[in-house]
Design a protein around this ligand. Sequence first.
Ligand SMILES: Cc1cc2nc3c(=O)[nH]c(=O)nc-3n(C[C@H](O)[C@H](O)[C@H](O)COP(=O)(O)OP(=O)(O)OC[C@H]3O[C@@H](n4cnc5c(N)ncnc54)[C@H](O)[C@@H]3O)c2cc1C
Length: 466
Amino acid sequence: MDKHWDIIIIGGGPGGYVAAIRGTQLGKRVLLVEKDRVGGTCMNWGCIPTKYLLHQSQQYRELKENRHFDPSCQGIGINWASVQKGKQDSVEKLVGGIEFLLKKNGVHLLSGYARLVSGREVAVQTDTEKVFSADAVVLATGSRAAELPFLQADGKQVITSREALSLTEIPERMLVVGAGAIGLEMGTIFSRLGSTVTVLEILPNVLPGIDRDMALRLERLLKGQGLKICTQTKIESSARDLGKVVLKGIHLKTQSPFEYEAEKVLLAVGRRPNSENFQDVDSRLVFDNQKFLKVNDRYETGIPGVYAIGDLIGGRLLAHKASHEGTRVVENICGKNNTMNNDAVPSAVFTEPEFAMVGMTETEAVERGFKIRAGHFSLQANGRALTLEKMEGLVKILSDEDERIIGAQILSPHASEIISEVTLAIQKDLKLKDLSSTVHIHPTLSEAVMEAALNARNEAIHMLNV
Ligand SMILES: Cc1cc2nc3c(=O)[nH]c(=O)nc-3n(C[C@H](O)[C@H](O)[C@H](O)COP(=O)(O)OP(=O)(O)OC[C@H]3O[C@@H](n4cnc5c(N)ncnc54)[C@H](O)[C@@H]3O)c2cc1C
C-alpha cells in the first residue's frame, strides 16, 4: 500500500466520505481512514435511525388516534422488534451504498484508528501501526454525546441517543435531560410508543436559540401530545437505585426543590468534539474553550495543509453542513477559494409539527443592527393544512429594510422540506417579492411561505394584514 497520498481524510462520516468522493472526482488519490463504520454518527446512530423511529412511532400514534377509523384500531400494538429490524435494515442499506460509492469512485478506505503524528503525517492503528503522509490532511472525526459531571452515561440506566436508538424494550418512564433537537426527537419517539417522558431543561425555552414565540408554540404542542416538559429546571445530583435513577435539583423560577425518577435517563445535553488525539500534537492547532478545533474560512487549521470540517470544528452540528464543508475543503485543496455562507445553512427538528429555520432569528437580526420586516402566516388559513387536520403551525419570514430575505422559521408538517425554498432565497440574495410572486401549487403547505412573504409587504390575500 502506498505511503504517500494526495489527501488523507480521518473520519468517514458525512463530512469525511463526501470529501473523499469529491477528492477522487477531482483526480486526487485519496486515503480515507475510519475506525468504525462509514456514514459516521449521522447514518449509523443519528439522522437516519432517529427519522426511521420518528416515522414509525408517528404512524402508530396516528392509527390509534384517527377518529374516523374503526374503534378496533385503537387496540393495535406495535411490533418493536420488527421496527428495530426495519431501522437497522435501512441503516445497512445506506452504509452499504456509501461503501459502494467510495469503492467505485476509487477512494482507498482503510479501517483503523488514526492519529496525527506531526504536520501531514498520520499513524493508523490496524493490526500494526502504519505511518502515511499526504500533501493535505482533512480531519473529520466528528463528535459524541456530552455528559454532566454528576450524571455520566453507563449505557444501561443513564444512556445517550446512541443506546436509546437500540433499546430492546420501551421503558415505562424516561427522563430526557435537555430540550434541544435530539432531546425533543428522542422524547417524542418514546412518548408516542407509550413511555411517560419528562424533558428537563435548564433554560427558559425548548430549542434554545430559536425565537421565543416559536419555541413556546412548539412546547405547547408537544405538551398537548403528552410530553411533560419542565423548563428552568436545574439538576444538581443523581442517584442510581434498584433499577431506577433519581434526579434532584431546583426549579429556577420558584426556587423549589424537585425529585424525578425513571428507569431510563437519556442525556441530550449537547455534543463534544472528538478532538482529544489532536490536542497535544502541535501548538499550531488551536481549540476553543469547548475543544472544537479552530479553522479559517477555507477550513485550514494553523498547520499549513491540515484542514478540519464537520462537527469537529463546531458551529451548527449538522450532517448537511459537514457534507458541504467536505466538498468545499477538497475544492480549496485543489486551488479554489470556496467559503460557505453560514446564514444559508438550514436546520430542522423532526417533531410533529416539524420546526425548521434558516438565516437569522428576529432577536439576532435586531442585535446585528438590521431594520427588519417580519411577515407571518398561520396554517389555520392554509388549505392543505386543513385537509391534513394539522393547522397548528406558523410561518415567519424576515427581511431587511430593502426587502432582502434574511431568515425564516417554519412550524409545520414537512417544515424540513419547505425551508429549502427560503434557503435558496437567502443563498441567492432574493427579495420578498421573488418569493411572493413565485407560483406555488395549491393546495400545499408551501403556499404559507408565499403568503408570509406577501404579509411582510402587507399584501397577503388569505389573512388580514394587520
Ligand atoms: C441522535 C442524533 C440525531 C441527529 N439528527 C440529525 C439530523 O436529522 N440532521 C442533521 O443534519 N444532523 C443530525 N445529527 C447530527 C449529525 O449526525 C452530525 O452533525 C454529523 O454526523 C457530523 O458529521 P461528521 O462527518 O462531522 O462527523 P461524524 O458523523 O461523527 O463522523 C465522524 C467519523 O469519524 C470517525 N473517527 C473518529 N475518530 C477517528 C479516528 N481517530 N480515526 C478514524 N476514524 C475516526 C468516527 O468513527 C465517525 O465515523 C444528529 C445527531 C444525533 C446524535
